[in-house]
Design a protein around this ligand. Structure first.
Ligand code: ADP
Length: 544
């Protein structure tokens, strides 16, 4: 017997329809790439998205065709997403921070027919033009007055291009499992892998994200997604915000401390989200200029582990609640979020911080478990760590153009992370499986050590890698960038770990460097560090 409810396919353009109808006047404010602040609203975004859809169709773009976007978070990028999805074409966010070779590789692999691009990224793509075979047309996300001279084939300013469509157009309707978007993982090992989101997975993911114990956002919020749309769908916020009718503030190309502070303050932003590096820049700016954050209520921090000192500072100094979150491109991306359940809600001080250092608990729609190397499930005791596996309607089951099944027999996806789960469902990452340090057969968590090290007042950034050592197999090496104008000794830094970790976890040495390499998504590039220090020899150290 079937239920007798309506068949209302979960299509992403229904989100912008809803926003335009029920949250019509809510502002979408952008720091434009051209400079000035631009303000629009959901009615306008929808109207212009319809013109994008109509115009794409006139260019011959059809169901399933891929449209690349190399763009910052702006109202134009938002319109473009909905316009592309509204005819069943597929937005493909290209991360402009990738190496040029990777950019051309993924555009060719995805067979993008059209490219929508911000003026800031033209120089990167012009150099690659000969290699971008499938691109038939380039739409530069600006108006005629700001259109730079470009060598790119068939390039037109976006505003001219959509003005050729009158908007008298209706969305297309199709199966909710139709592809809506694509994003390639950064491919730290091997070629990047294409993750393909469906309309259904995007809509369900947005509903998950909006829950009070997830992002906890609503129509009264003013949301600043600092995390770019090209980084794992800006954690769903380009879909979640219109779905719930929240106002949006889009940062454009400027993610530095002063620029983000100015948006937070001027537009009374209540909710924001980004990787720790962005918040490091903001906090430095606040401290240096004695500024406050009177309007901001919640900040979601994820993408890499959030340092304890950062949570503490946001909460104790600025009165902003931190929600530590974890996810990955393959998960649309949300996996866990760190709201406090009743079991933990009354904790204070260090005990509360201990829980907030965990990456949080999964919303409905994400199943997770940890397993050992023989795939046996491990206890949820908050101590035992193992490979983290996940399952759900917004988790990838395969990569684009790859036949290989990436799921295990139970339908679980191996995240490549090593984690603990506690009895209340809170997950804590100890490492990526390829970064974990194996010393004398035991695991040392590089993330724990890095988190502690960045708590040292003189340290700007820290990375810990395993380096070969004859007796123990591997030992941890602490790689440090000091804050400007600071100096520190090795003993001073290593002494900082005393009493905070098991003695044998203490790194055997410290390497002071000017810069730590990062991936295109802002993570520490451990592969590059391991390569740099592969012939490194530790001084003699007595281990207890
Ligand atoms: P990429 O692998 O392409 O850089 P992703 O954004 O998909 O991009 O990376 C996902 C990975 O980032 C996770 O598997 C995990 O290792 C790491 N990660 C994400 N959030 C956190 C977090 N809060 N703490 C620690 N690691 C995190």
């Amino acid at each position: 017997m079937l239920g007798l409810m309506q068949d209302w396919q979960l299509l992403c353009h229904r989100i912008i329809d809803h926003a335009a109808l029920y949250h019509a006047e809510r502002p979408v404010i952008t720091r434009s790439i051209e400079g000035p602040i631009h303000t629009t609203n959901y009615v306008e975004v929808r109207a212009r998205a319809l013109r994008v859809a109509q115009r794409l169709e006139r260019d011959g773009i059809r169901l399933g065709d891929r449209v690349a976007t190399l763009a910052w978070n702006t109202w134009r990028h938002l319109e473009a997403w909905y316009g592309i999805m509204g005819i069943g074409a597929v937005y493909h966010t290209v991360n402009p921070r990738l190496f040029p070779d990777q950019i051309s590789w993924i555009i060719n692999h995805a067979e993008d027919r059209v490219m929508m691009i911000d003026t800031s990224f033209l120089p990167i793509v012009e150099k690659l033009a000969d290699r971008l075979k499938p691109i038939e047309r380039t739409i530069v996300l600006t108006d005629a007055a700001h259109m730079p001279a470009t060598t790119l084939r068939n390039a037109v300013p976006y505003e001219d291009w959509i003005s050729e469509a009158d908007g008298d157009f209706a969305w297309k309707y199709f199966d909710e499992n139709t592809a809506a978007g694509m994003c390639y993982t950064s491919g730290t090992t091997g070629n990047p892998k294409g993750v393909v989101y469906s309309h259904r997975s995007n809509v369900l993911h947005s509903m998950m994200a909006a829950q009070a114990d997830a992002m906890s956002v609503c129509s009264r919020d003013i949301i600043l997604p600092v995390v770019p749309m090209f980084h794992a769908n800006c954690w769903g916020l380009a879909l979640t915000s219109p779905m719930i009718g929240a106002a949006m503030v889009m940062p454009g190309a400027k993610l530095d401390g002063p620029s983000i502070y100015q948006l937070l303050d001027t537009y009374r932003v209540s909710f924001t989200a980004a990787v720790p590096t962005v918040w490091l820049m903001l906090l430095q700016h606040l401290e240096a200029n004695n500024l406050k954050l009177p309007y901001l209520k919640n900040v979601v921090i994820g993408g890499s582990a959030c340092p304890r000192a950062m949570i503490q500072k946001f909460q104790d100094v600025y009165g902003v609640n931190v929600c530590h979150a974890w996810g990955m491109t393959e998960m649309s991306p949300l996996g866990t979020l760190g709201s406090l359940k009743p079991e933990y809600a009354s904790l204070t001080g260090e005990a509360r911080l201990d829980v907030q250092m965990k990456q949080g608990h999964p919303p409905f729609g994400v199943d997770m478990k940890i397993v050992d190397d023989s795939d046996r499930e491990l206890p949820r005791d908050g101590k035992t760590f193992g490979r983290l596996k996940v399952r759900g309607p917004s988790v990838a089951r395969a990569y684009f153009k790859e036949d290989r099944n990436v799921l295990d027999d139970g339908g679980f996806f191996d995240t490549g992370d090593v984690a603990t789960l506690d009895r209340h469902g809170y997950m804590q990452i100890t490492d990526r499986s390829k970064d974990v340090i194996k010393s004398g057969g035991e695991w040392i968590s590089s993330i724990d050590l890095e988190n502690l090290a960045v708590g040292h007042p003189k340290v700007a950034e820290a990375a810990v890698i395993g380096v070969r050592q004859p007796k123990w197999g591997e030992r941890p090496l602490l790689v440090i960038v000091l804050k400007e104008g600071q100096s520190a000794t090795k003993d001073e830094l290593l002494g900082f770990f005393d009493g905070k970790i098991a003695k044998w976890w203490t790194p055997d040495d410290v390497a002071f460097v000017d810069e730590i390499p990062h991936t295109a998504t802002g993570k520490i590039q451990k592969t590059a560090l391991r390569e740099r220090f592969k012939d490194y020899a530790f001084p003699a150290v007595a281990h207890q």
